[in-house]
Design a protein around this ligand. Sequence first.
Ligand SMILES: Nc1ncnc2c1ncn2[C@@H]1O[C@H](COP(=O)(O)OP(=O)(O)OP(=O)(O)O)[C@@H](O)[C@H]1O
Ligand SMILES: [Mg+2]
Length: 238
Amino acid sequence: MLEVTSVSAGYGALTVLNDISLKVGDGEAVALVGANGAGKTTLVRTICGLLRARSGRIVKNGTDVTSTPPHDLSQHGLAVVLENRRLFGELSVRENLVLAETVGRKVRRGNMRFAWDEVTALFPVVKERLDSPVELLSGGQQQMVAIARALLLQPDLLIMDEPSTGLAPKVVKDILLVIKALRERGMGLLLIEQNVGIAAEITDRAYVMAVGSIVHEVGPGEWQSFLKDERLIRAYLG
Ligand SMILES: Nc1ncnc2c1ncn2[C@@H]1O[C@H](COP(=O)(O)OP(=O)(O)OP(=O)(O)O)[C@@H](O)[C@H]1O
Ligand SMILES: [Mg+2]
């Protein structure tokens, strides 16, 4: 369970997040949607310790992780696929994955949630390119490597910041299939997504963010009525 309580954060004199609270239960899939500049990535960066929370608390599985640095988050079952992926471009796909697997193995003391073979089987394209430098892969292939790497950190909750943005429809479809398979295995998911259609397809409920605040919640079973509510969609998502 991830619990974000009254978190505020920003850059220098700029306050971006105002008193944000949200929860993701064990094995639950929750979306965070909002227009460009709403503060979604800033919230992801704050949860994963790349940005300091100015107030509030972030608790994962009962442990306060508010000040935990990003490289320690896997110890708490949290892995993040950032907006810009942050892979090691000059290293091969295999080397990128081995680094994560080594960390994951240490964190889980060998008791792996996701074995190497399972993870590479999820992404056949990645498996074929294990010895290529990551920077020679297409954007979609790199996104798959980024997700595979996150899984090898052995999370119980995966945070993904707009995994589908900028990718071809076929690749998006492949990635959505993988996310659905992970959900069936009980993986918790916090999905940041501008495409509400995609968010509705793979999550149970959602938080809507605008100008640094949570302005609306889409509860379980409410996705379809939310998608039909043009007034709300226009107001919050542009
Ligand atoms: N490094 C930074 N320094 C200063 N301001 C920033 C920085 N990163 C983001 N901001 C500002 O914070 C606000 C929220 O940006 P953020 O990237 O969190 O939005 P977002 O919801 O992820 O948008 P998008 O959908 O475009 O990814 C914006 O006004 C942005 O200009
Ligand atoms: Mg963003």
